[in-house]
Design a protein around this ligand. Structure first.
Ligand SMILES: [Fe+2]
Length: 307
């Protein structure tokens, strides 16, 4: 079966580009890249021209996942396979591919309306334009592992999971059925792509209404000190913390969760493991975190736009 290689980029539709730029650069430590004033802003994490694209959009939500392929041939074979499954996959026009900073791009939608984009030929920066963060001590963990992960909260988990496994070709890493807080039970299935980041996509069944398509996205840094430094930056800037510092038992991620200007959460972590399919055993865990990750009460009405 042809499957996606890694989650290469993410697209967020945001209603306040200026607030997002300040948050992304000063708190997360991303670097501002290609800008179309009033319309979009590319954010860099490494030598890709962009890993996160912010597009002005009143949805204020996750718009698209960009799945990478290593060659045209690999991408084309995947598209043929996906169309044979009855999925409507369209080739994006040159303007959209250019906005995503990739040479070739196909698009489809999943059962919950999230766009899945399949590409090859991501634009890279020149050696004279290496990634620079104004606040990060080390680097983001990207490369073959991609931009990070995202966790969806589908209306129904069965079709979402079928899309994940049968269309994208992701494999189950493990699952957790545990309490985020007393009486708040979550059932989460974690899926990895070919290059092995523990999960590029997870599907969460939650017992409360979520007003966004995702629960959170995750970006990972190499130096665990950068997690603590990012936590301090959030406190100083008044960015709400959804979950305090903690550690997940499955992907071994040391992280905390902050609330982005769009209201969905961002997990900022280090230490996530890489899956080797040759030796991996799928497990089921009974707790979301082996320590920490204390869930804070929901922030006040202004919190979603706080810096
Ligand atoms: Fe996560």
């Amino acid at each position: 079966m042809h499957s996606v290689s890694t989650l290469g980029y993410m697209v967020f539709g945001v209603n306040d580009l200026a607030a997002w730029e300040a948050f992304a650069v000063n708190v997360l430590g991303l670097q501002a890249g290609r800008r179309v004033p009033g319309e979009s802003l590319g954010l860099r994490m490494d030598d890709y021209e962009q890993r996160i694209l912010l597009v002005r959009n009143d949805l204020d939500d996750f718009l698209a996942a960009g799945w990478e392929f290593e060659s045209d041939a690999e991408l084309e074979a995947f598209v043929v396979q996906t169309r044979a499954q009855g999925i409507d996959v369209a080739e994006a026009d040159a303007e959209v591919a250019e906005q995503r900073r990739v040479s070739r791009l196909f698009v489809c939608c999943d059962p919950d309306g999230i766009r899945h984009e399949f590409y090859c030929g991501a634009y890279r920066t020149t050696s004279r334009d290496t990634f620079r963060s104004s606040v990060l001590r080390g680097a983001f963990s990207t490369g073959r592992l991609g931009a990070g992960h995202f966790v969806t909260v589908p209306r129904q988990s069965a079709p979402a999971r079928a899309f994940c496994e049968r269309v994208l070709g992701l494999k189950l890493s493990d699952s957790i059925n545990g309490d985020a807080a007393p009486g708040v039970n979550l059932d989460v299935a974690f899926f990895h792509a070919r290059t092995g980041r523990h999960h590029s996509l997870a599907i969460a069944d939650v017992p409360f209404p979520v007003h966004k398509r995702i629960h959170h996205v995750m970006v990972e840094c190499v130096d665990p000190n950068d997690v603590g430094l990012a936590y301090d930056r959030c406190k100083q800037a008044g960015v709400p913390i959804l979950m305090e510092l903690g550690h997940h038992p499955n992907d071994q991620m040391f992280s905390f969760y902050m609330i982005s200007p769009s209201g969905f959460a961002i997990e900022f972590g280090a230490g996530g493991i890489v899956v080797d399919d040759a030796t991996w055993e799928v497990k089921r865990y009974a707790e979301l975190s082996d320590w920490g990750h204390k869930l804070n009460p929901p922030p006040g009405p202004a919190a979603g736009t706080a810096q």
